[in-house]
Design a binder for this molecule. Structure first.
Ligand SMILES: [Zn+2]
Length: 338
C-alpha cells in the first residue's frame, strides 16, 4: 500500500493523531524520562532538598526510580522539584514544550492539545520558572550594552487588591517623566548573544536596582555602553567600569565598536514577540522575560526542543520558583489598602 494513499484516506483528526505518533516514534517529541537518565550519566545525583550526594536507591515507585537521602532522610525521584513533577499528562506536557518554543498562546495550545486552559496556564508557568536560570548568566568578556525600559503596570487578575487612586497628575509624575505606575526593566546584552531582561523596580531605575538586576553578571573585563541615564552613569562609576554613553539623537557609534544597537534591537524584537499575548499581567512579566531570553539564547541551536527539555530537567528548583510568583509580585508592588 502506498503511504500517499493511506494519507488521502485520513481525515484531519486522524492525520493529527498520526503526526503525534510519528513525532514520538521518530523522537521529535522529547522524552523527559530518557533525557533525565542521560543527564544522570554525566553528573552526580544530588538530593533536591539538601543537595547532599550521600544518597542510595530506594526502589521504584510508579515506574520512577526512587532515592533516599542520608543527609535529610527524605526520599525523591528524578523529577522531584522539576517542572514535570506532579504532571499527570506527561505525553501532552512533552508536546507542550514544542508549542512553547513556537511561542503559542495558552488558548491555542489548549485547543491543539485538547487540555483545559487552566492546566495549560499552570504548565506554562512551571516551564517558564524552569528556564529562569537562563535569564541572568554572566556576560562574556568585552562590550555589554544596557538600557532601561518602562512598561505600564498591569494588574490583570489581581482583583482583590485595592490601590489608592492617584489624585493629581503631579502625584504620579517623577522627574524623568517616569511615573510610579510604571514598572522599569533593565535590558542588557553582551556581543555573544547572551541577553538578560529583568524587572528592576516600580518607578524609575536607581543605582540599587541596576546593581540588583545586572550587577553580579558584569565585571571589570566588560566595557559598558548605554544612554546617558544619570543612574547608569553613577552605577558604572561605582563599579569602576569603562563606560561609553550615547545620546540617541547625536553620535551613534564610537571607534566603530562602541554603540547600543544590539540592546535596541533586542528591545524591538521583544516588543514584536510579546504583542500576541495582549497585555501580560505584571505579576507574570518576569516569566515572559525568562521565556523571551531563553528563546533568544537557543535561536541558533539546531535542536531547540532538546535544549529546552534539558534545561527543564536540570532545574530541580522550578516548582519552588513557580510557587513564589505571587510573593515576588507582592514584594515588588505591595498593595496599599485605603
Ligand atoms: Zn537531602
Amino acid at each position: 500500500m502506498k503511504i500517499q494513499e493511506i494519507l488521502n484516506n485520513l481525515d484531519l483528526s486522524e492525520k493529527k493523531k498520526l503526526y503525534s505518533l510519528l513525532k514520538k516514534d521518530i523522537g521529535l517529541t522529547p522524552q523527559l524520562d530518557s533525557i533525565k537518565s542521560e543527564l544522570n550519566k554525566d553528573q552526580k545525583i544530588l538530593c533536591p532538598h539538601c543537595h547532599s550526594a550521600d544518597i542510595y536507591g530506594h526502589g521504584v515507585y510508579k515506574g520512577r526510580k526512587r532515592y533516599h537521602c542520608k543527609g535529610c532522610k527524605k526520599t525523591f525521584n528524578d523529577f522531584t522539584g522539576t517542572a514535570i513533577s506532579g504532571i499527570k499528562k506527561v505525553e501532552k506536557f512533552q508536546e507542550f514544550l514544542e508549542l512553547t518554543i513556537k511561542s503559542i498562546t495558552i488558548r491555542k495550545a489548549a485547543t491543539q492539545l485538547d487540555v483545559n486552559v487552566k492546566t495549560i496556564f499552570d504548565w506554562r508557568h512551571k516551564l517558564l520558572s524552569a528556564v529562569s536560570t537562563m535569564n541572568g548568566t554572566s556576560f562574556s568578556i568585552g562590550i555589554v550594552e544596557c538600557d532601561d525600559k518602562q512598561l505600564d503596570i498591569n494588574e490583570k487578575g489581581q482583583r482583590h487588591l485595592k490601590r489608592d487612586a492617584y489624585k493629581r497628575p503631579s502625584d504620579r509624575e517623577t522627574k524623568r517623566g517616569v511615573s510610579n505606575d510604571k514598572v522599569s526593566l533593565m535590558v542588557a546584552t553582551d556581543r555573544k548573544g547572551n541577553p538578560v531582561m529583568r524587572i528592576a523596580k516600580i518607578g524609575r531605575i536607581d543605582v540599587k536596582s541596576i546593581e540588583k538586576t545586572i550587577g553580579e553578571l558584569i565585571s571589570n573585563s566588560n566595557v559598558l555602553c548605554s544612554d546617558s541615564h544619570p543612574s547608569i552613569i553613577s552605577w558604572a562609576k561605582g563599579k569602576d567600569l569603562e563606560h561609553h554613553t550615547f545620546i540617541a539623537s547625536k553620535q551613534h557609534v564610537k571607534n566603530k565598536c562602541y554603540h547600543v544597537q544590539h540592546v535596541n534591537s533586542l528591545d524591538n524584537l521583544y516588543e514584536r514577540w510579546i504583542k500576541p499575548f495582549y497585555g501580560v499581567a505584571t505579576k507574570y512579566l518576569p516569566q515572559y522575560l525568562n521565556w523571551f531570553v531563553f528563546l533568544e539564547k537557543v535561536k541558533k541551536s539546531t535542536n531547540q526542543i532538546d535544549d529546552f527539555a534539558r534545561a527543564v530537567m536540570l532545574n530541580a528548583n522550578a516548582i519552588k520558583q513557580y510557587r513564589e510568583i505571587e510573593d515576588k509580585y507582592l514584594e515588588l508592588n505591595p498593595p496599599h489598602y485605603s
